[in-house]
Design a protein. Structure first.
Length: 314
């Protein structure tokens, strides 16, 4: 029997007695947003495929050809493309296809090593300059301006003319070319990193970490560098293609890589000799196409990375 004086409403049976806290939505980072943007960019996939093919050519040229690029027969000199030799022969009887495949190794190796050196050196200088400021910033900026004032190609011509690569091994030639380009290529990366550090440094999370007693190395490597490195990666990818073009130009001028090294610029230089362009145009066309496609692929990839990391460019 129910109590008529009890007027309190009955507790609903469909309401749970215990409530679980709602899970917070997971925020997306800059890197995940950038990757999602890259996946929707056809330019990224085209450049990625071209770069992948070029890297495979540089690492494992034997997958593309079994012909020795250093073996030549004068009886085959300047012959046009034929069956088994799709790119024809050079003036010395070398197989153009084999030399084009093997030429990717030196060009890409120099481009990658130079990019790594300029990124490392530029990141260190830019971090120190932007984070500490003051007299250190002024000193590093003036030093960088001295190197930045000299055009990269002109600097390479001057240094390699004074210190030629005659009779040097392949490793020494690569090291010397990389060192020269990196020596005059790091200031642009340092200025870019310095500007990114100056943008990240005033943010609240950096000030909060500083207030909690975080040391300078912890602030740099845990809070500033991860948020300032994205623009540098995009520009470094574009510069990689530029460095490949600079190496090819130096070899074309006769002061870059030389025998026993094989590079696209070296073969283009030989193919551009007086009378060769008309007599054997295939010697010039195929190395030039591979060089142009490789440089274009890295520049396209760099543009795609810039669009992905910078929302203002989308």
């Amino acid at each position: 029997m129910t109590d008529p004086l009890n007027t309190s409403p009955a507790a609903p049976t469909d309401v749970p007695t215990t409530s679980s806290p709602a899970k917070p939505a997971r925020g997306r980072s800059l890197w995940s947003d950038a990757w999602g943007e890259l996946q929707r960019n056809p330019m990224f996939w085209i450049s990625a495929v071209l770069i992948f093919v070029a890297l495979v050519m540089a690492v494992a040229p034997g997958l593309f050809t079994s012909v020795d690029p250093t073996f030549g027969e004068l009886s085959n000199a300047r012959k046009p493309p034929t069956d088994g030799h799709p790119f024809g022969f050079t003036a010395q009887g070398y197989d153009v296809y084999a030399r084009t495949i093997y030429g990717a190794r030196a060009s890409i190796l120099i481009g990658v090593l130079t990019t790594l050196m300029t990124v490392i050196l530029g990141a260190i200088v830019g971090l120190l300059s932007g984070f500490y400021g003051g007299w250190l910033d002024a000193l590093l900026s003036r030093v960088g301006e001295i190197f930045f004032a000299i055009p990269l190609l002109l600097a390479g011509i001057m240094v390699l003319y004074v210190f030629p690569l005659n009779n040097a091994s392949f490793a020494r030639q690569v090291f010397q070319v990389v060192a020269v380009i990196a020596l005059f290529g790091w200031p642009s990366m340092a200025r870019l990193m310095r500007g990114a550090v100056l943008q990240v440094k005033p943010n609240d999370y950096v000030n909060a970490a500083k207030a909690l007693g975080a040391s300078s190395p912890r602030l740099i490597f845990s809070h500033i560098l991860p948020n300032a490195v994205a623009p540098m990666i995009a520009v470094a990818t574009i510069n990689l293609g530029v460095y490949i073009a600079v190496e090819a130009t130096l070899a074309f001028l006769g002061i870059g890589l030389r025998q026993p090294a094989i590079s696209w610029g070296q073969d283009i230089s030989v193919a551009s000799a007086l009378g060769m362009v008309r007599a054997a145009p295939h010697m010039l066309i195929f190395p030039s196409i591979f060089l142009s496609l490789t440089v274009l692929a890295f520049i396209m990839l760099g543009d795609a990375l810039q669009d992905a990391f910078d929302p203002k460019r989308r």
